[in-house]
Write a new protein. Structure first.
Length: 430
């Protein structure tokens, strides 16, 4: 086994980390184990994972049932191309997903990451319109403040002023409406929807599909918005036969308190992207669900088939984990657990609203966001993480947490105390 020093030395020499510099990288922590809500470092320190390792580890790290599912499948076969073959894990997962999804989303295309799922969804929208003979409808519409991933096709759908703004020259230009501003629990104002109506009226002939993150705009906005927005958008897309795509990569699988965020609005999209929590965060996999209506139109179009096929599509290990993850949701009261996390976040973070440096505190389901005037430096955060034992990684103006649903009462108290320390600015690097 390598020592922590050896790992760090090789890491420093060869490995590029996400959103980081290779010459002056931020410090990284070598991990040796992870279980439940805790990540153990090489020096024996354990950290409570307040971020579910980027939204995905909903049932906790190293869930024995997920590990066992991957192990069992690996004894049979690890990978097989999905063109010309199929297998039990894929068909079972497709069935479970179809049962859980809103509306008639019962046709499933597997991909390998959230970004690729978004790319596939946009391609489905375009192929659908081509199949309907609408050759000019080749672009997507969306809202500002969105985040859909880091591949070029997905970046082109993200907020143009957001984290991928450097790459505007590389990207296809899509159409952007203003971002939703009505709060999830506030009063819906018709003006909030005016810019979408205007956009669609003007560009109807060029728009294949409309994509957005339902209810919660994540990495580029960290904001929960009103469900009426989605109901109005559903009606508008119906009127113009625009393919409505919900990107549920972050919100899916119970994160906001409903199994899918679409349920808050009581509407179903035509296409839905899922990823992250699909395998309980144990292994990468994503899926694009659509309806028979869209799938049939694409399949009867001039190409006669959907033109996408990733190498690791429907990877058997990942699908086996996905099946067990969806079964796990039926075996414990995840909604109750999310409800308890929500109440505790609300109660524990509410006092922060009175601080002058806190602009807002927002909580829905198992997601809490504290919007601050400014954040501590990365070095201060690292010291805070070490001193509180809570893994937080704020960015922009947001200090946020979305813990695994299995987080224990004391661990959640620890997360809330750590967030309060950062927000109060009372952390002094002890
Ligand atoms: N869509 C949303 C809403 C996301 O939050 C993310 C990732 O954070 C993605 C897509 C991209 O997923 P991935 O990182 O798996 O490519």
């Amino acid at each position: 086994m390598m020592s922590a020093e050896a790992i760090l030395a090789l890491d420093r020499k060869h490995v590029w980390h996400p959103y980081d510099s290779m010459t002056n990288p931020v410090p990284v922590n070598p991990v040796v184990r992870a279980e439940g809500c805790r990540i153990t470092l090489a020096d024996g320190t354990t950290l409570v994972d307040a971020l579910s390792s980027w939204w995905c580890v909903c049932h906790g790290h190293n869930h024995p049932a997920l590990t066992e599912a991957i192990r069992r499948q690996s004894e049979k076969f690890n990978q097989v191309m999905f063109a010309g073959f199929t297998h039990e894990p894929a068909v079972r997962l497709a069935e479970l997903l179809s049962e859980a999804a809103p509306g008639d989303l019962d046709r499933v295309f597997f991909a390998d990451s959230g970004s690729v799922a978004v790319e596939c969804a946009a391609k489905m929208a375009v192929q659908y319109q081509l199949a309907r003979g609408r050759r000019s409808r080749t672009r997507m519409a969306t809202v500002r403040g969105g985040y859909h991933g880091d591949t070029a096709g997905a970046m082109a759908l993200c907020d143009p002023e957001g984290m991928n703004r450097l790459f505007s020259g590389l990207l296809v230009q899509h159409f952007f409406a203003e971002k939703p501003t009505c709060r999830f629990d506030g009063v819906f104002a018709e003006e909030d929807f005016a810019s979408i109506e205007e956009l669609i009226r003007q560009r109807e002939g060029e728009i294949a599909g409309f994509i957005l993150e339902p209810i919660f705009q994540g990495a580029n906005a960290m904001n929960f918005y009103h469900p009426e927005y989605l109901r109005k958008l559903r009606a508008l897309c119906d009127r113009y036969d625009i393919v409505l795509v919900f990107d549920e990569v972050a919100t899916g699988f119970g994160r906001l308190g409903k199994f899918f965020a679409a349920e808050f609005a009581g509407v179903a999209p035509d296409v839905m992207c899922v990823g992250k929590g699909l395998t309980g965060g144990s292994i990468t996999l994503s899926a694009v669900l659509t309806t028979g209506r869209i799938a049939d139109a694409i399949s009867r179009g001039e190409e006669g088939r959907f033109m996408h096929g990733p190498t690791f599509m429907a990877n058997p290990l990942a699908c086996a984990a996905g099946v067990v993850s969806l079964e796990l949701f039926k075996q414990y009261d995840w909604a109750g657990a999310v409800g308890r996390i929500e109440s505790k976040f609300r109660e524990g973070l509410a006092p922060l609203r009175n601080l002058p440096q806190v602009k807002d505190v927002r909580v829905l389901g198992a997601v809490a966001v504290v919007e601050l005037e400014s954040l501590p430096t990365y070095e201060e955060m690292q010291r805070m993480v070490r001193s509180t034992g809570v893994w937080l990684r704020p960015f922009g103006h947001w200090l946020y947490s979305m813990p695994p649903f299995v987080i224990q009462e004391e661990e959640l108290s620890q997360v809330i105390s750590a967030m309060r320390l950062v927000a109060e600015g009372s952390f002094r690097g002890k």
